[in-house]
Design a protein around this ligand. Structure first.
Ligand code: UT7
Length: 322
């Protein structure tokens, strides 16, 4: 598609070999990130056996919100009908802007909210529309190769049962804030986006599109993801063999295969779907979970290790008894 539809100088062979990605999805013009989130949220609510009105809070992880502000969480709230009728709930809605680790930052926040007793059911969504914000030309081919649109969701609920999120582990290294970023505007400038003579804002391609130091991201991703997995195992007093399923962020198949090799995770315990979706940033882990549950690979009682790394740099991990 990148070559045939957009004329990008690339080959399927290069992309599959370096990233493992065979396909990616782009949503149609007119579809907002919050629109993508609606079916994912509805599906998660149905699978949780609750109704929309049981949701106490919305956490919306995204790097591609509907607009600069407000966040996509309030649009999702509106689109789910939570503001409608006499029993409108007007629950809090919060966006979490932590890119590829946004879902795990949100899961950690939801878990803390539930454990504090403040909330019973927190809807956690990861949704992205990357297709409108990547440089679909030769200049942007390295980044364009990787990213796709998508949405996934889970519900974090209070339970008396002996299961759930056992621990979460988050980290950040702001020294590398510029290694993967889309600047778009510069808040030091007045106005943030320079105006042309016609009074319209002008954004140069250099600011408009994401830029990435791919090799630096790759190296740090491997190191941090292995580190967070080790910390999680140590903290939970478990070993690699106690983990039934490894749910890694889907950024590059090579990153995940390298991590699996290093920690000795058996192939059948490591989930992948990057072949079909590419990197959907905050949505990769909830999409993987939803698919794995549907296919039966993820079952009640399994111990699941989730881990992600991305722009910031930020990273996160969680151990969940499903
Ligand atoms: O969630 C976090 C998000 N990001 C990541 O996790 C990305 C981590 N990094 C990576 O996955 C890899 O660095 C990439 C897949 C992005 C790139 O792979 P690489 O092995 O680091 O390739 P490279 O950037 O060093 O490029 C190698 C060559 C270059 O050509 P020359 O200079 O050797 O002639 C590039 O111009 O491949 C060329 N190239 C391409 N060729 C065909 C770069 N992109 C493409 C492309 N198609 N799409």
């Amino acid at each position: 598609m990148l070559r045939t539809e957009y004329g990008i100088n690339t080959t399927e062979e290069w992309i599959v070999k370096r990233t493992g990605i065979e396909e990616r999805r782009y949503s149609a013009p007119g579809v907002a990130t919050s629109d993508l989130a609606v079916p994912a949220a509805e599906d998660a609510i149905r699978r949780a056996g609750i109704t929309k009105k049981d949701i106490d809070m919305i956490l919306f992880a995204t790097l591609s919100p509907d607009s600069a502000f407000p966040g996509s969480g309030v649009y999702l709230q509106q689109k789910l009908g939570l503001c409608d009728g006499d029993d409108a709930t007007f629950v809090p809605a919060m966006d979490i802007r932590n890119q590829c680790s946004g879902f795990l930052y949100s899961l950690a926040t939801a878990t803390s909210m539930v454990k504090s007793g403040a909330m019973k059911n927190v809807l956690v969504v990861g949704a992205e529309t990357q297709s409108g914000a990547i440089d679909l030309s030769d200049r942007g081919r390295t980044v364009a190769t990787l990213f796709g649109d998508g949405a996934g969701a889970v519900v974090v609920s209070a339970t008396e049962e002996d299961r759930g999120v056992r621990g979460w582990y988050l980290g950040a290294d702001g020294r590398h804030a510029d290694a993967l970023r889309a600047q778009v505007w510069d808040s030091r400038e007045r106005p943030f986006i320079p105006l042309g003579e016609d009074g319209w804002g002008r954004v140069s391609p250099d600011h408009m599109y994401p830029k990435m130091d791919g090799k630096l991201v790759f190296r740090n991703a491997v190191e941090r993801m292995i580190g967070v997995l080790m910390k999680a195992c140590f903290d939970q007093n478990i070993t690699r063999d106690d983990i039934d399923l490894f749910v890694f962020h889907q950024a590059n198949m090579r990153i995940n295969q390298y991590i699996a090799d290093q920690i000795g995770a058996p192939e059948e315990k490591v989930l992948h779907n990057i072949q079909r979706y590419g990197n959907t940033t905050a949505a990769t882990i909830p999409i993987l979970l939803a698919e794995a549950e549907l296919s039966g690979k993820l079952q009640r009682g399994m111990k699941v290790a989730m881990v992600a790394f991305g722009s910031g740099f930020t990273w996160g991990g969680a151990i969940v008894d499903w």
